[in-house]
Design a protein around this ligand. Structure first.
Ligand code: PMP
Length: 370
């Protein structure tokens, strides 16, 4: 196999406690609803059925709760439209198996973890340039008319933090309909908006889309629960793949989540706490960048967990990160998010996991390496 490991996972294993890491996409631990999850866990564990094998598409209660959230947002959904997966990472794996060997249109830059899954399943990726308000529509149509399959992250994209404008969402939807193709819409960050939530593109393509969600960024990643929303026929086909991978996602995790989600107001309050905390961090990170590294061009994020930008073509951020590692600070160089990985001046910073002090110190350390 010619595939290499993910740069991010390798870095996470290699760094020590002292290193300031802007690399991993780690949520802030201090925002985990530890007490409420403990209560939900104890409650869930009282029921002996929690320990038994369960059905492959996921427990009915949790699918119902997820479906209800879509319906409340104007995207009518029932529990039969939902397949529970082991993180949305597995959702992508299942879909890549489903579309094995096909051509696929992706954003460039795009999520490294998805690109690795596509490589593993022999999908041939065609990159389309991502602009400030979404992919370049002309390039997108040119690619999509051949691939008829696309993977997009329209809300607070990983890595670029880009959020699609309403116009581009509509344009994508029209193109998918025109060629009767398929959209895979990956939305782990859509709840982490600082101002407003955008409409899912999938809502206008109920039979031509797979919509992916996850509790990793909104609650905790360790439960490893995500899902796919699609029409019933597609869900049935995906279940065949899901069954042969792991029979079903962890039942204990699913029952804990179903117990926690019973109190909708509590979940909403928790989401608002994350949004407020991340917004303050995003603004601080951006201000510090302007002070310490003014040559780094970027936009202040409007949601999500990442800040993306560039030093321009004169700096190779892949070479720079090797120096930074020696000084105990790390980020992900932008070339990792491109199909051909040619070095460039771009960087993805995760701003949610570090303290205010670490942000300032880390950026000063990067400055000293330039
Ligand atoms: N999609 C995107 C865009 C991501 O950034 C991530 C996590 N970094 C995932 C999917 C996978 O998340 P999980 O498996 O934890 O749900």
């Amino acid at each position: 196999m010619s595939m290499k490991r993910s740069f991010i996972r390798e870095i996470l294993e290699a760094i020590d406690e002292e290193t300031i890491s802007f690399a991993g996409g780690l949520p802030s631990e201090k925002l985990f609803p530890h007490e409420d999850l403990k209560i939900a866990t104890l409650k869930a564990l009282e029921n002996p059925k929690v320990y038994q094998y369960t059905i492959s598409n996921g427990i009915s209660e949790l699918r119902e709760q997820i479906a209800q959230r879509y319906t409340n947002e104007g995207f009518p959904t029932t529990k039969d439209n939902i397949l529970i997966t082991t993180g949305s990472q597995q959702a992508m794996y299942i879909l890549a198996k489903f579309f094995e060997n096909k051509d696929i249109t992706i954003e460039e830059p795009s999520y490294l973890g998805a690109m690795n899954i596509f490589r593993l399943n022999y999908l041939k990726m065609q990159g389309v340039k991502l602009e400030n308000d979404g992919v370049n529509i002309e390039q997108f149509e040119n690619s999509f008319k051949n691939t008829k399959l696309t993977y997009l992250i329209p809300d607070f994209q990983n890595p670029s933090a880009t959020t699609y404008s309403e116009e581009k969402r509509d344009a994508i939807s029209e193109i998918v309909k025109k060629y009767n193709g398929i959209l895979i819409e990956d939305s782990p960050y859509s709840e982490l908006y600082f101002e407003k939530k955008s409409k899912y593109i999938s809502a206008s393509l109920p039979n031509n889309s797979f919509h992916l969600g996850s509790f990793s960024k909104t609650l905790v990643p360790s439960l490893r629960i995500g899902w796919i929303r699609a029409d019933e026929e597609k869900i049935k086909s995906l279940m065949i793949i899901k069954e042969s991978i792991d029979l079903h996602s962890c039942g204990v995790s699913q029952y804990i989540l179903a117990e926690y989600l019973k109190d909708e107001a509590k979940y909403e309050k928790h989401l608002q706490e994350i949004r407020d905390d991340y917004k303050a961090k995003a603004i601080y990170f951006s201000e510090q960048l302007k002070n310490i590294l003014p040559e780094f061009k970027h936009q202040t994020p409007k949601g999500g967990m990442f800040l993306y930008g560039t030093f321009g073509d004169n700096i190779d951020t892949f070479a720079l990160v090797q120096e930074c590692l020696k000084k105990k600070v790390v980020y992900v160089p932008g070339n990792q998010f491109y199909i051909d990985k040619i070095p460039n001046g771009e960087i993805r910073f995760n701003y949610t996991h570090s303290s205010f002090e670490q942000i300032e110190k880390g950026l000063k350390l990067i400055k000293s390496c330039l």
